[in-house]
Design a protein. Structure first.
Length: 112
DNA sequence: TGGGTGACCATAG
DNA sequence: ACTATGGCCACCC
């Protein structure tokens, strides 16, 4: 195993590439990394993103349903929504509005 | 080596 | 809307 090829580091890199005002899903990131089935690991990686050297916009990552499932892992449960709305993303009842419009898929934007 | 775990996903009822 | 179940795979002990 090579250093730097860690799954976590790879996840962080992709998450940092998410444009402002856009969101993506754990599964999409996992698929982009090649581990489509291990979408859980993406979320888990976010858990470790908390203390990363570089800023990781974990609030731009939601589940497949557009729900802010990971909000409970932020400093405060409402921080995730505030950050999203600050970027122009509408969130109502912990769910992303206009998800089809703001959805950002790394497979579609990065890997052509 | 093996078992437990998880910010998911899909399906079923 | 809800819970339950199976699968999946990287991480940690």
């Amino acid at each position: 195993m090579k250093k730097g090829d860690d799954f976590f580091q790879n996840v962080f890199d992709v998450v940092r590439l998410i444009p402002k005002g856009r969101v993506t899903s754990y599964g999409a990131i996992a698929k982009y990394l090649g581990t489509a089935q291990s979408s859980r690991m993406v979320g888990w990686a976010m858990n470790a993103a908390h203390g990363q050297k570089q800023y990781v916009p974990a609030h731009r990552v939601v589940n497949r349903n557009g729900e802010l499932t990971g909000k409970h892992h932020f400093a405060t449960p409402f921080l995730m929504q505030e950050l999203l709305e600050k970027e122009g993303v509408k969130v109502i009842k912990d769910k992303i509005k206009n998800l089809d419009t703001i959805y950002w898929d790394p497979m579609n934007e990065l890997n052509l």
